[in-house]
Design a protein around this ligand. Sequence first.
Ligand SMILES: *Cc1c(COP(=O)(O)O)cnc(C)c1O
Length: 366
Amino acid sequence: MNVPFLDLKTQNSSLKQEILADWERILENASFIGGEYVERFEEDFAQACNTSHCVGVGSGTDALRFIFIALGLEPGDEVITVPNTFIATTEAISQAGGKAVFVDVDSATYNIDPSKIESAITPRTKGIVPVHLYGCPADMDALHVIAQKHNLWVVEDACQAHLAEYKGKRAGSLANAAAFSFYPGKNLGGCGEGGAVTTNDKGLSNKIQMLRDHGQSKKYHHEVEGYNGRLDALQAAALTVKLRHLPAWTAARRRHATQYREYLSSLDNIVLPFEPEYAKHVYHLFVILINNRDLVLEQLQEKGITAGLHYPVPLHLQKAYSHGNQPSGSFPVTEGCAERLLSLPMYAELSDEQINYVCTELKNCI
Ligand SMILES: *Cc1c(COP(=O)(O)O)cnc(C)c1O
């Protein structure tokens, strides 16, 4: 049997007619930039996140960067985040003029460890960026207590957490603003690049609308220098179609996670993902911890199963951040995860037989 890590083709073929009908209209009207499809998607996605504003942008990275710029980050300002994330989180901080300051993660959720934040705060600290890693929300109440005490903003990196919930509230509505990615492999993925900012702050939303469009308040009137970072109509149309299916796809991911747990819970040399009481995890990835990880990865591949690594090299050990002089040992929980984590195949279209097969082969090789 073959179990790919991700199967986008099945999803695309089931939605092809619906998406192509909208794309045909866009082609006929040549309305590629802005317009009704973008506006409708922004409305629908704001509603899905339970926020008053959504601004469609070019990517999740744009979303993060525009939020940090709109919040007024200045050179030398520090922003606290984690070293076990995709580099886009910290690229956006640096490119907005700030400096990313790492704190280690919690060994149960792999999300930012609130108890380690206060010792990283300095007079230059402006904000905290929790990453809802793998689709599990960070412990937001604990972060807000610290943020209030030190007068910091909080921005969610929700790029892996579409429809995730914290104490019954949707990811995207849990802080000053949130960044989402619609990269094709995300829980809600477009047919190319895309992203969005959600917020309840009208002023911030207005600034981001300008930033994505060359700082324009109206055509050829530029309040500030901005960027070319818009969500395009073709992506917005495809995302609007897909968003209607997202609740069902999310439920399917959660069912698959339950099935994985049932099969794997008897194995005491595997650590299964933790779903805290406060969270509705949306399983962008189903990540286990295992000792002989590299060997298992290879053996699964020989059986036709593709697993993944998210992420094998923590950010503080990347060449791009070697100037930070944070050697191996600086963030032990993150480093331990990087050596032992393994992402099993996870997507809505995965079948029971495929999950059984993955679990059986995994048992055989550990
Ligand atoms: C995917 C991702 C991003 C970046 O999104 P792009 O749309 O690829 O720019 C940022 N942060 C995290 C945690 C991500 O997974």
